[in-house]
Structures are given as structure tokens and as C-alpha cells.
Ligand binder design. Structure first.
Ligand code: 8X3
Length: 260
């Protein structure tokens, strides 16, 4: 059985952080419906395996999304056939460290804020005017359940994702009547290299996060992005929170001091 054509097909899609597992899964999902792809990655070599599998037109931007000047130049000089971005997937982001805030590495905090928030806002700010001028477009921001549910060791990562969600919702307020859609996508546990990055290469610690349970996969998240992006243009998904069935909120902690 062939899949029915989606109600809406974004023709040109910009995906940031495309060399990671999320980015690759998103790229493949949209390549399957023939969308043209603009992919950003810091390291071209890491993007190569994905590029080898794609049979749609692809424009690669080898840059760090935290480098505002590089992003400005790259977006201002897109080839004509890629210049009209229908869908921006702000995917670049990371968690670094999970120690308590009072033991955290401040460099990690800066990198998370610069990548998850500053870069996401700048890329959005650069792409939005064109979308508004064309009267169509969609921005899907990769937030997280961490933006809604704080947890020990989450501090700046959780806060950075709360920014993404609130930024997305605020954009909706400004974009009413423009035809431009915005979605905050908020996944829970997904088995990717996320934890290996968070724990700085400690594979044993990273593996424990996913041990003895059934996490979501990057393809599951890609399916959510695809769903929101291919709905008919009158239908906006404001927030989409997804989790594995094996995950749920853990409640509030109470410190108790035994009375003597
Ligand atoms: C990733 C989800 O729960 O590891 O954003 O913070 S969680």
C-alpha cells in the first residue's frame, strides 16, 4: 500500500544540527516526500554518511549556528532554488553535564544557552521575514519535556528548553494573520547520542539512561515533526509533548530531617 500524499508538502526545509541522529532522521523523513533540504553541520565529514543516502537536492551549510555572522552570510547567499524556506527545523541543541547546579561547569552553561537559545533565536529571526513576506512557512523548534518538568541536574538545560517553548508560543502571538506556523516539539527520552554528549563520552553512564526500558527513537521524533509539518496550512500544532510509554513525571522531592 502506498502512503497517501500529505495535505501539505514543505518544498524547502532548513534543518540545523543535521549531523546528529535527530537531524538525519528528519532529513530522511522529508526526503521521502521529495522536499529540498538545507542542512547545517559544523563538521562536513559527520554529515557525509547522511548525504550519501539522500536523493533530493541538498544545500549544505558547514557552520556553527552559534556564529551569527556565518549564519547571516550563509542565509543571505542561498542559491535561488533554496532561498524560499518553507520549513525551519531548529534542531541544533545539546545538554552538557548533569551535576547539581552548585558543581556545574559554567562553560557548559554558556554553550547550552548559546546553542539552544541564542542560536535558535538568531536563525529564527533571520528566516522569519522571508516567511512572513511569502505568507507561508513553519518553524518547528526542538524543545523538550525538560522545559516543563525540572529534574535534578537539569538547571540550565531545563531552563534553555523552557526558553524554546516560551519563545515558540510568543512567536505564535506575533504571527497571527501571517500564515506562518510555529510548533514547540517537546520530546522526552529518546535513545540517541544525546546522553553520550551530556556525559562527555562516558559511554557506561550514557548507556544507563536507556538501560532496561524502551525509549523513543529519532525516527519516532521525525514522525512527529513530519506530522506537524504536513498538516493542512490552517492547522497549527502549538505544542507537541511526546514520551515513551515507559516514561512519566516523577513528582516533587521532599527533604525530611528526622526529629530526635
Ligand atoms: C531530553 C529529554 O528528559 O533527557 O531533552 O531532559 S531529558
Amino acid at each position: 500500500m502506498t502512503n497517501p500524499a500529505p495535505a501539505y508538502t514543505p518544498r524547502t526545509i532548513l534543518i540545523t544540527g543535521a549531523s546528529g541522529e535527530f537531524g538525519a532522521a528528519f532529513a530522511r523523513r522529508f526526503a521521502a516526500i521529495g522536499s529540498k533540504l538545507i542542512l547545517t553541520a559544523r563538521d562536513l565529514a559527520k554529515l557525509k554518511p547522511l548525504l550519501d543516502t539522500l536523493s533530493v537536492p541538498v544545500h549544505v551549510l558547514t557552520l556553527d549556528v552559534r556564529d551569527r555572522k556565518a549564519v547571516e552570510e550563509a542565509l543571505a547567499t542561498l542559491p535561488a532554488e533554496f532561498a524560499e524556506i518553507d520549513l525551519l527545523v531548529n534542531n541544533a541543541g545539546l545538554a552538557l553535564g548533569a551535576d547539581p547546579a552548585f558543581k556545574a561547569n559554567l562553560d557548559d552553561w554558556e554553550v547550552m544557552i548559546d546553542t539552544n537559545d541564542k542560536a535558535l533565536a538568531i536563525v529564527t529571526g533571520l528566516v522569519l521575514p522571508g516567511m512572513v513576506a511569502r505568507g507561508r512557512g513553519h518553524i518547528i523548534n526542538l524543545s523538550s519535556v525538560a522545559g516543563s518538568y525540572p529534574y535534578p541536574g537539569g538547571h540550565v538545560y531545563c531552563a534553555s528548553k523552557a526558553f524554546v517553548t516560551q519563545f515558540s508560543l510568543s512567536l505564535r502571538a506575533d504571527l497571527i494573520g501571517t500564515g506562518v506556523r510555529v510548533t514547540s516539539l517537546e520530546p522526552g527520552m529518546v535513545q540517541t547520542g544525546f546522553s553520550l554528549v551530556r556525559f562527555k563520552g562516558d559511554a557506561e553512564r550514557a548507556a544507563k539512561v536507556y538501560a532496561d526500558t524502551v525509549p523513543l527513537t529519532a525516527e519516532d521524533v521525525a514522525e512527529s515533526v513530519y506530522w506537524a509539518a504536513t498538516l493542512p496550512p490552517h492547522f497549527n500544532v502549538n505544542r507537541l509533548e511526546i514520551m515513551p510509554t515507559t516514561q512519566g513525571p516523577g513528582g516533587l522531592a521532599v527533604h525530611r530531617t528526622p526529629q530526635v
